[in-house]
Design a protein around this ligand. Structure first.
Ligand SMILES: O=C(O)[C@H](O)[C@@H](O)[C@H](O)[C@H](O)COP(=O)(O)O
Length: 266
């Protein structure tokens, strides 16, 4: 049976029996947040990542969500993007377009992907500018405690090394405090050039979900969630701590298998 809604100071944990249940729970969660944001603000500003996350969002493209979600009010962003052409198989934009955006009626002008025809640095500056304009018009809300944008939802995956977005273990990018969006040119996971939201932006969101599946990530899940000592930059996912927002972990049983709460309760 799925263990759902367990809470500790690392957020809410939703541990699902299998991938099918996880897909359903994730679709419900996103649809509910969309409904709440549209009711409150008239729009829903959501940031996506790459990797297995997009496939795990697939139920949103099916009934009832394809009909019930207010797609016209969605504004799409990327929490991280690989600096490659949008037609390249490494592109997070392409992944999301093929697997999700092309299957639901999102307004094309609401899709804010990075410029793939300039350098990583220029693309980052442009992306920051785009977000700034949308914050001005409140299509993206603003945090009341930092000057950061407050996305309604930031969706993250996590690698077996504990990275989220393109924030890699022990990388200087984890110390970025001033910029909203930044870039790296030495990603340990190919391709090397990436643009990423910074921790202050991730931690200013109203909601952050980290979606993790498979046994290969069980140790990183344990290190990111369990009480194993002071936070440190060797597990970036541990540094995801929304200041006022809500953090939810979506885990399948294999990814959750090394959590203290599960090991000791079985
Ligand atoms: O561009 C990227 O590489 C991703 O945005 C990255 O942060 C991803 O979410 C994790 O690496 C998990 O990927 P998987 O779920 O495929 O393991």
């Amino acid at each position: 049976m799925a263990i759902s809604g367990v809470k500790n100071d690392r957020g809410e944990m939703r541990i699902l029996e299998n991938l099918d249940e996880l897909r359903t729970d994730l679709a419900d969660y996103i649809a509910e947040l969309s409904e709440a944001a549209v009711k409150e603000r008239g729009v829903f500003a959501i940031a996506l990542s790459g990797g297995s996350l997009i496939g795990l969002m697939s139920k949103l493209c099916e009934a009832p969500y394809n009909k019930t979600v207010d797609w016209g009010k969605w504004y799409i962003f990327w929490a991280d993007e690989r600096v490659v052409a949008k037609s390249h198989s490494d592109s997070n934009y392409k992944l999301a377009k093929d697997g999700f955006l092309s299957k639901v009626p999102i307004v094309p002008s609401h899709v804010h992907s990075i410029n793939d025809s300039v350098s990583a640095e220029e693309a980052t500056d442009e992306y920051t500018f785009v977000i700034r304009q949308l914050v001005k018009t409140r299509m993206v809300s603003v945090s009341d405690i930092s000057d950061c944008p407050k996305f309604d939802l930031i969706l993250l995956g996590m690698g077996p090394d504990g990275h989220v977005a393109s924030l890699f273990p022990n990388h200087a990018v984890l110390d970025e405090k001033d910029e909203w969006v930044t870039f790296i040119t030495d990603s340990p996971k190919p391709p090397p050039e990436r643009m990423t939201f910074t921790l202050p932006v991730i931690n200013s969101a109203s909601n952050v979900a980290i979606v993790v599946t498979s046994e290969s990530k069980a140790e990183a899940v344990h290190l990111a969630i369990d009480n194993i000592g002071p936070d440190n930059p060797s597990v970036p996912a541990r540094l995801v701590q929304p200041t006022k927002g809500k953090l939810v972990w979506f885990l399948d049983k294999s990814a959750a298998s090394k959590l203290d709460s599960l090991r000791f309760s079985e």
